[in-house]
Design a protein around this ligand. Structure first.
Ligand code: MN
Ligand code: MN
Length: 383
């Protein structure tokens, strides 16, 4: 390619007389996807860690019947408090009966699945989840996931960045690592009954189960009084001209004691306003569209990242940020917090409710800005 074509048709790390062309080895597809990394806003400054990782860059574990990939502290070192898994199951395929030390929060992205839980009291729960539905399993409580007729793909979020899908407690794994005489003693049957137990299954194919009503196992303790699933899309969203938000935490999904979340939609040309969270780090998953986030880290430090469907973002506790829709379609993403409640602090609301003279002693804003603040009606999320 001639140099002039190269300069015309490829993004260059140059702005306002700063920078220079990048003529060397480069990944132009990635540069195009990350314009704010190649040419950061001039207000970005200082050294901040990476806060973006795409599931497309995560190792994918392919099994018969599906796949799973994870973004943990190993992929995204800043993400110490939460980890995510993206999993696909073909119709009938099963994510094996298991448990783990972390709380599990999930959002169904495509298709449907059946989840089962048996709690420490021997009470049972089973439900079918569809697109937009959630589930929450407390730490240590055994559960399963099985795809229904059309298969499914979902997002899991765990309340520990160190979590790995490859180190959950699997029922087959325990059987495989217990001698047959112990199994015989435990179940009161001959050891030969365990000759055909497979080694680790994890994800494996099976047939689509019958209707929920035909699959109930009666428990002497009865069904669980706890609801482990939640229909997020049946919630009336908080709506503004710029978008919508549905908030879910232990107030409306009581079992979800360790995870709070919001499903946010931002229309083209609009943004999720400047804010921060007073309770914990934010873990984000982008479902649709394209967006930009600048994280303000105090001490003169700020860094901007670009996001698109399939990306994970992470914003450390209390750092200021916005989410701007930079695409031409609705931007949809999920915010997750390791908290029993959702909370955010709106910059605009704080300013609007601060004595104007006090505010002006700091910022020297124009008259129109001050007038607009006095008319600000910021929707209060989480109430
Ligand atoms: Mn699990
Ligand atoms: Mn936020």
């Amino acid at each position: 390619m001639a140099l002039t074509d190269f300069l015309t048709h490829t993004p260059q790390p140059m702005v306002d007389g700063k920078g220079a062309t990048d003529a060397g080895p480069r990944n132009i597809a990635r540069d195009r996807q990350n314009p704010d990394i190649l040419v950061p806003p001039q207000t970005d400054h200082g050294t901040l860690p990476n806060m973006r990782f795409s599931f497309s860059d995560a190792h994918n574990r392919l099994e018969t019947g599906g796949w799973a990939r994870e973004v943990t502290v190993r992929e995204l070192p800043i993400a110490t408090k939460m980890a995510g898994v993206n999993m696909r199951l073909e119709p009938g395929a099963i994510r094996e009966l298991h448990w783990h030390t972390e709380a599990e929060w999930a959002y169904m992205i495509v298709g449907s699945a059946r989840v089962t839980v048996v709690d420490q009291n021997g009470q049972t729960f089973a439900d079918d989840v569809c697109v937009g539905d959630l589930w929450y399993f407390p730490p240590g409580i055994p559960h399963s996931i099985q795809a229904l007729g059309e298969g499914c793909e979902f997002l899991l979020v765990f309340d520990n960045g160190e979590m790995s899908e490859n180190s959950t407690f699997l029922i087959s794994d325990w059987f495989a690592h217990t001698s047959k005489d112990i199994l015989a003693a435990n179940f009161g049957v001959p050891a030969s009954e365990f000759d055909n137990v497979p080694k680790e299954l994890y994800i494996f194919p099976s047939t689509v189960p019958g209707p929920l009503s035909t699959q109930q196992v009666p428990s002497p303790q009865g069904p669980s009084s706890v609801k482990y699933t939640h229909k997020l899309m049946e919630q009336q969203p908080i709506a503004t001209a710029s978008g919508k938000v549905r908030i879910v935490d232990s107030h409306n999904f009581p079992i979800s004691q360790r995870i709070a979340a919001a499903l946010v939609e931002v229309e083209p040309g609009a943004m999720r306003e400047m804010h921060w969270h007073p309770n914990d780090d934010e873990w984000d998953y982008y479902l649709e569209g394209e967006g930009r986030v600048t994280v303000f880290a105090s001490g003169g430090k700020a860094r901007t990242f670009d996001f698109r469907a399939g990306d994970v973002g992470y914003i450390p506790f209390a750092m200021g940020h916005y989410v701007q829709n930079t695409g031409t379609t609705t931007l949809r993403f999920i915010e997750v917090f390791r908290s029993s409640y959702y909370a955010d602090v709106s910059l605009k609301q704080w300013m609007a409710l601060t004595p104007p003279d006090l505010l002006q002693a700091h910022l020297h804003l124009g008259d129109a800005a001050m007038a607009s603040l006095s008319k600000t009606k910021v929707p209060v999320f989480g109430k």
